[in-house]
Design a protein around this ligand. Structure first.
Ligand code: CA
Length: 700
């Protein structure tokens, strides 16, 4: 234990701004240890500083992976989505589960060492698009850091799980939430927030690792132009916005990628969409680029000072977040050694940028069918935007590819320096966008300015089957130098798991349908699979103890925008049974067989209400409710399918829940500040109609 006196002695005054600055840790998990990258341990979210998710461990190989079996598993205490990358240090495996809970296990046996519950208020669920997920902890010195859904950063003792400090990092009472994993560097903990769909102003912030004191905060979008901006970069950015954009926040949140690069001494991070999505409601004098949204930004770690940015999707109106994992690599490009950033954002183009300057090197599609842009300028990387995709100008619905789910979202990719390939979990999805001429800023839930209801899948079996067939996924091995797909494994559904590459010529990935698989990294040949029964989204890791190589992954689907239910995919074979599962060679364990799935028969009250009421309900449901309860009211396995709701027949009971918030303790908050009583009932009438349509189909 470090003495209090020593801890105080480590607090050095920072002359520049008078803030207390602690020295980085010299024992335990240090910057030097993290910089070495994964060997026996896995110390940081992306595996190493370069976030390559490549392990040099090679005891498990393409020759013997067939002998891989389950060593142990641990049931988790929540069935919601699991997104965390486990970290392993000193024989202990650290994970987070849904609701930002932290658990520490003996990495060899699975014995629980300690657990911590930050007691996140369940009402916070309304401020996130995609479940109460968390992507993992950071380890630094003798501490564990977790960022919670309700916006706190908490430091815990690595050995004990006891709270050392607990600090609110988001503005009080804001709609921001945190789902991402913190990163640590130079005595600081870095974290941003989610929420670019909810009137928020994005930022990345740095906190003193010892005390929790805020060191700097870098805003990604300008504030009120009549007041001084927090830096010259924001004065420049303000020129790319118009109207009273700041009143709606601007978006650009930093909800996932944060990469520190020791070679350049820069922090790179990705930013989300501008808020609201529809530029007609934020750049009222015409669409501008809305800097620094949908961008990669580089800042200095010591001050948070702006260095460079590259905007991947100027004037975004399709929710093309650039928050996806930022991987650093050294590549031979055109006969030159280049230190580069590799990035596969939602917009479907794979970017290679110079890490020092942000200079565009290349940008090539990693999915088929991209229609929002006709290509990228080979010199600048600027997209040639399809005029038909500007739905706010055409006034017509636009079926965009990729959709808002993204060609690739947060599910981590990996890069193998051995094969030179990037392994990307890819989504093939489309999305209908249309201008909503009647939109007004609201108070609760998504604030997008679009009407997505023209994209509702009708109650028609043929259309549903066609939609289902068009919504797929793939594991894509992309060659960043050649700018082309080297091999591809088609997957039945979108939103599959993150990937891990190893020196054993292997790539590991879980699927949304509950398989955990190993492929040959060079050819894509499937070599092994394990039935995990519930869908997998999280990325696996590998570690070694006493010469034994282990592979660990979290099982439990959720935490991505659930496009499955409403599109008729209904891909979940069972409701989630969320688990941590660990493998090693020669182990023979098997998971308990899942309970049989239960057929649920629809039994709704008869259709009532006028066509006008039902049409109003359709629009309101689609734009505010479908994000949790599914397209066309067909939910996935995670949130209640309202077609089966027991209160459909009672306007009063429905109002108690939806208007007054009777189920707020479950995360279903009151919507009375967003909707009036007539609107709440119109949503009920629409769901009744949808249930009756689907009941008629069941009878066929
Ligand atoms: Ca977004």
């Amino acid at each position: 234990m470090r003495s209090k006196a020593l801890a105080l002695a480590m607090l050095l005054p920072l002359a520049a701004c008078g803030k207390q600055v602690s020295a980085p840790p010299t024992t335990g998990v240090t910057d030097e240890l993290i910089a070495k990258g994964p060997s026996d341990e896995w110390l940081t979210y992306g595996g190493d500083r370069a976030e390559q998710r490549f392990s040099p461990l090679d005891k498990v190989t393409d020759k013997n992976v067939g002998e891989l079996g389950m060593a142990w598993f641990a049931d988790l205490d929540t069935a919601r989505g699991q997104e965390a990358t486990p970290l392993m240090h000193d024989g202990t495996l650290y994970i987070t589960t849904a609701w930002s809970m932290v658990k520490a296990y003996d990495a060899r046996t699975g014995a629980v060492k300690w657990q911590y519950d930050p007691k996140v208020p369940r009402e916070k669920l309304v401020d996130v698009c995609c479940d109460a997920v968390n992507r993992g902890v950071a380890l630094y010195g003798d501490k564990v850091y977790v960022a919670t859904l309700d916006g706190r950063l908490v430091a815990l003792g690595q050995k004990t799980g006891k709270v050392i400090w607990d600090k609110l990092t988001i503005p009080k009472d804001s709609h921001m939430a945190i789902t991402g994993a913190p990163r640590v560097v130079k005595g600081m903990v870095l974290i941003g927030s989610a929420g670019a769909e909810y009137f928020t102003r994005g930022y990345l912030a740095a906190f003193d690792a010892e005390s929790g004191a805020e060191r700097w905060r870098f805003y990604t979008v300008p504030g009120d132009p009549s007041k001084p901006q927090e830096g010259k970069h924001l004065e420049a950015a303000a020129k790319t916005w118009s109207g009273e954009f700041w009143k709606l926040g601007g978006g650009g949140t930093v909800w996932d990628s944060i990469t520190y690069d020791p070679a350049t001494d820069l922090i790179y991070f990705g930013t989300a969409n501008a808020e609201p999505w529809n530029p007609a409601y934020r750049n009222t004098d015409g669409a501008g680029d809305s800097l620094y949204t949908a961008s990669i930004v580089a800042v200095k770690p010591d001050s948070g000072e702006y260095v460079w940015h590259f905007q991947e999707t100027p004037e975004d109106r399709w929710d093309f977040d650039s928050n996806q994992q930022i991987t650093v690599a050294d590549l031979d490009i055109g006969g030159q050694k280049r230190h580069v950033i590799l990035h596969a954002p939602k917009n479907g183009f794979f970017y290679v940028l110079d890490a020092r300057s942000g200079e565009f090197i290349s940008g090539k599609p990693f999915v088929d069918g991209i229609n929002w842009a006709r290509g990228l300028d080979p010199k600048t990387g600027k997209p040639d935007i399809n005029p038909d995709a500007k739905y706010e100008l055409t006034g017509k619905p636009w079926l965009g590819i990729p959709g808002a789910v993204g060609a690739h979202s947060w599910t981590p990719m990996s890069y193998s320096p051995r094969t030179g390939l990037v392994y990307i979990p890819v989504n093939n999805t489309a999305q209908a966008y249309s201008h909503d001429p009647d939109w007004k800023p609201g108070t609760t839930g998504f604030q997008l300015g679009i009407d997505a209801s023209p994209g509702n899948v009708p109650a028609d079996e043929a259309v549903r089957a066609a939609t289902k067939a068009a919504m797929t996924g793939a594991l894509v091995a992309f060659d960043p130098v050649a700018g082309e797909v080297k091999w591809k494994v088609p997957l039945q559904t979108p939103t599959n798991g993150g990937t891990l590459a190893t020196a054993g010529n292997l790539v590991f990935q879980g699927t949304a349908l509950g398989d955990f698989r190993a492929y040959a990294a060079d050819t894509g040949k499937q070599l092994w699979s394990f039935p995990a029964y519930s869908g997998i989204l999280a990325a696996p890791i590998t570690y070694s103890i006493d010469g034994e190589q282990y592979v660990a992954v979290l099982v439990g689907w959720g935490g991505v925008w659930d496009v499955s239910g409403g599109k008729g995919v209904t891909s979940r074979i069972t409701p989630n049974i969320s688990r941590l599962v660990v493998f090693k060679l020669g182990a023979k364990g098997a998971l308990p067989a899942p309970p049989p799935s239960v057929e649920r028969v629809l039994d709704p009250p008869p259709v009532s209400g006028t066509p006008e009421q039902i049409a109003m309900g359709s629009k309101l449901f689609t734009n505010s409710c479908s994000v949790c309860h599914g397209n066309a009211a067909v939910a996935g396995s995670l949130n209640p399918d309202l077609r089966h709701s027991a209160v459909l027949g009672s306007a009063e009971a429905w109002r108690n829940i939806v208007f007054d918030g009777a189920l707020a303790h479950n995360g279903m908050v009151a919507w009375k500040t967003q909707f009036n009583a007539d609107q709440i009932d119109a949503i009920r009438l629409y769901v009744i109609k949808r249930a009756n349509e689907d009941k008629a189909l069941e009878g066929k």
